[in-house]
Design a protein around this ligand. Sequence first.
Ligand SMILES: Nc1ncnc2c1ncn2[C@@H]1O[C@H](COP(=O)(O)OP(=O)(O)OP(=O)(O)O)[C@@H](O)[C@H]1O
Length: 445
Amino acid sequence: MLQGKPLADTMRPDTLQDYFGQSRAVGQDTLLRSLLETNEIPSLILWGPPGCGKTTLAHIIANNSKKHSIRFVTLSATNAKTNDVRDVIKQAQNEKSFFKRKTILFIDEIHRFNKSQQDTFLPHVECGTITLIGATTENPSFQVNAALLSRCRVIVLEKLPAEAMVTILMRAINSLGIHVLDSSRPTDPLSHSSNSSSEPAMFIEDKAVDTLAYLSDGDARAGLNGLQLAVLARLSSRKMFCKKSGQSYSPSRVLITENDVKEGLQRSHILYDRAGEEHYNCISALHKSMRGSDQNASLYWLARMLEGGEDPLYVARRLVRFASEDIGLADPSALTQAVAAYQGCHFIGMPECEVLLAQCVVYFARAPKSIEVYSAYNNVKACLRNHQGPLPPVPLHLRNAPTRLMKDLGYGKGYKYNPMYSEPVDQEYLPEELRGVDFFKQRRC
Ligand SMILES: Nc1ncnc2c1ncn2[C@@H]1O[C@H](COP(=O)(O)OP(=O)(O)OP(=O)(O)O)[C@@H](O)[C@H]1O
């Protein structure tokens, strides 16, 4: 069972009874659950992080619909072409008109279809030829056509909580016939009753199950893969033992420890999705923590990104922006710090540059803040955007006059060259119609 398919696929539940967590989306009293139970499936967008059960929920719906002779067709937007979608729609039209059979079309990773590909389903979802179920890890407000989105119910699935992860792992552990060792009652697994079959008896420490549940960070696929790798690693080291020792027998018991499961998990891939929603969530959390002068939270979000494989230069670029947007003239050297951190990261790369970013992030969290320049500049932009008619000309006295003609036209006339005056100079620098405007005090002009 462990050598062939991934354990996560083998363990994919067929019914809602084995679908754990996600109580907000499909719990006992939810609308979606009653619709699923009565088999009235609306078009859905299932949005959630990797491994939280989007495809599994679609699989459960498929299982259920087949019982009610509804067709269920699956496409993956990673490899399907627009023509594949057209073929499915054509077939669905035929099934509907000749056999009165409904079709549910499941599109995995729907965000990978571009807007015009998504447009292909729109009329067919609208007239009920197909019921669309799309799965996405990306925020559908940005990745799914607004028109299509308005015809679908968005179901938000969450990272699976640790308790649900334990239940999912235990279901797999039981199905593999692995025994869980209770750490509160220490027993030597080798003292368990001997196993007459050639297969070894397998044990797993209970804390290994908990660790797996926590480290897989709500991603059931990662948790089940981690378990599978840990078991396979233990089984192969058992074989190695026989080979090396030249013994014809091999240990009849195998113990999977906490360390084995830690090795089975590739933590960085689990915690952070560089291209996805989590990338934006974490950078936003970092920015807000620094703005809120919370140095602990700032360091935490920084580490979440870097440990997860984020590009340090991306973080450094965001820090350059922060230096001006949020600290500004309250501490102008913040900009120098950020640019230096950027260059430092460029020179030495990860992992050495992590401390440069950490230093800069803590400096920023502790720094005084001022959005004076940032908001004044926004006021100027708003002023330009809201201006009716042609923009006012540059006052003549402020213009340079490199030629005779320009001089004759009055360019530069009356300009007072400030260094020539010992007193403050009374001179206008804004266009006439903006005289007296103070972008630092008002929001709009
Ligand atoms: N809520 C759940 N209850 C039980 N098992 C689950 C649940 N969610 C996921 N699993 C298990 O994890 C595996 C992976 O889940 P699934 O393929 O549904 O994730 P997904 O959200 O579609 O992820 P991705 O976006 O990466 O495709 C499933 O095959 C199943 O074994």
